[in-house]
Design a protein around this ligand. Structure first.
Ligand code: PMP
Length: 413
């Protein structure tokens, strides 16, 4: 048996069942949003009474808030192995971070992406830069080779890839891609949303020029994310938001914008979110080497073996060379929304269904009607996976004639 690696909040929250009664939540939807670490919840409770406006006030609490915010920036940078001159810009999310970077691509520069990306790492480039989208291959190795070949044409300034796919969990060889990009005069931006909850990354060691992340996938609450990496493009770009805090001086004739993170962080920042994200980074960094990977590999193996053994279940790309704990499957002949609703209403098992904001990739995998995604996190145990497998087995033998809607009036704190 595999216990949770770290305590998370909400593990014992009762969830209502359609049949009456309650159960605990078997959360296999960590790839969408992972529950906060207990250490994060403690930290938030600790800092909430201490916050006030940052960067502007001279009052004691403003000083505390400012120190907390800047300390959080340092912690996030350290967690990711940021270089001395790198900037850590706090954003709302990965989407926000990649949108910001897409607006900082120098005029006329070309961006390369593959069509296996989440929309957050596809649409910003397509909207804001000259972007080439290549078709992905049959696996991560083939996609990597296709990207390398395209980079070798020498026309790109930036390659943007997800470190791990939110559909198949496949991990791309980032150091190899960084080498290929740099050899071709390009830089590498990594969508770290799915990779960082499962693997340690060191941007300096791995040759990553920028990485984007989301707190709510990294065991911290919603609303805080970051873009970490090279300063030059960001300092040369138009400020992402125009407003207070992003300026050095505003006169009748001119605005002088700040450089560094301030340039792109106009407005009052999400101090509590940044502190929570930083605490998640620090707690993960304190895990013994290999613990995260070993926990996740055991659960992924249990998922893939268990799902593959169920007659009537098809697993998508079950055995990639390297993958995080994200497994997509279908029950051919049954709508994914029905299966997902059954798992929740009858068994308290949470999975995601649909095309996972990666429509082009999902379509190419034969998931035009969507798939079901089970995803693990540090709070997942083998008991959660067993509950999913047992529930699916029951679904396959007895089926479901029920119409599941929202369970009225019985939830909420
Ligand atoms: N990239 C990947 C690979 C993701 O899985 C997600 C979230 N599903 C995102 C980007 C977007 O993250 P957010 O919604 O936090 O901006």
């Amino acid at each position: 048996t595999v216990p949770p690696l770290l305590p998370v909040v909400g593990a014992d929250t009762p969830v209502p069942l359609a049949t009456g009664g309650t159960t605990t939540y078997a959360n296999l939807d960590n790839a969408a949003s992972a529950p906060a670490l207990a250490a994060v919840a403690d930290r938030v409770a600790q800092v909430l009474p201490h916050y006030a406006s940052v960067h502007r006030g001279a009052g004691y609490l403003s000083q505390v808030s400012t120190a907390l915010f800047e300390q959080a920036r340092e912690q996030v940078g350290r967690f990711l192995g940021a270089r001395e001159d790198d900037v850590v810009v706090f954003t709302r999310s990965t989407t926000d971070a990649l949108d910001l970077l897409s607006r900082a691509v120098p005029a006329g520069a070309r961006v390369l992406v593959a069509d296996v990306e989440h929309h957050a790492n596809l649409l910003p480039w397509q909207r804001s830069a000259r972007t080439t989208v290549v078709r992905g291959g049959a696996d991560a190795e083939e996609t990597t080779a296709l990207l390398e070949a395209e980079l070798a044409t020498g026309q790109y300034a930036l390659l943007a890839v997800a470190g791990a796919s939110n559909v198949t969990g496949e991990v791309l060889p980032l150091r190899r891609l960084a080498r290929a990009a740099h050899a071709a005069g390009a830089r590498l931006a990594v969508d770290g949303a799915q990779l960082l909850p499962h693997r340690r990354v060191d941007v300096a060691r791995d040759g990553i020029d920028w990485i984007a992340l989301s707190g709510h996938k990294l065991y911290a609450p919603f609303g805080a994310g970051a873009l970490v990496g090279r300063r030059d493009w960001l300092d040369a770009a138009e400020p992402y938001l125009a407003g207070g805090g992003a300026t050095l001086d505003v006169s009748h004739d001119a605005v002088r914008w700040a450089t560094g993170p301030d340039r792109h962080e106009a407005g009052s920042p999400n101090v509590v979110g940044a502190v929570a994200l930083a605490q998640a980074c620090t707690t993960l960094a304190a895990l013994p080497a290999g613990a995260l990977e070993a926990h996740e590999a055991a659960l992924r193996a249990q998922l893939v073996t268990g799902l593959s053994a169920l007659e009537g279940v098809r697993v998508v790309r079950p055995h990639p060379a390297d993958a995080v704990g994200v497994v997509t499957f279908t029950v051919p002949g049954r709508p994914v929304s029905e299966v997902a609703a059954y798992l929740s209403a009858e068994h308290g098992v949470g999975v995601r269904d649909g095309r996972f904001c990666a429509h082009r990739f999902a379509n190419s995998l034969g998931l035009v009607e969507g798939g079901l995604r089970a995803s693990t996190g540090v709070g997942t145990s083998s008991a959660d996976v067993e509950r999913l497998l047992a529930a699916l087995e029951q679904f396959l033998t007895t089926g479901s004639a029920l119409e599941y809607g929202v369970v009225e009036g019985r939830w909420g704190p």
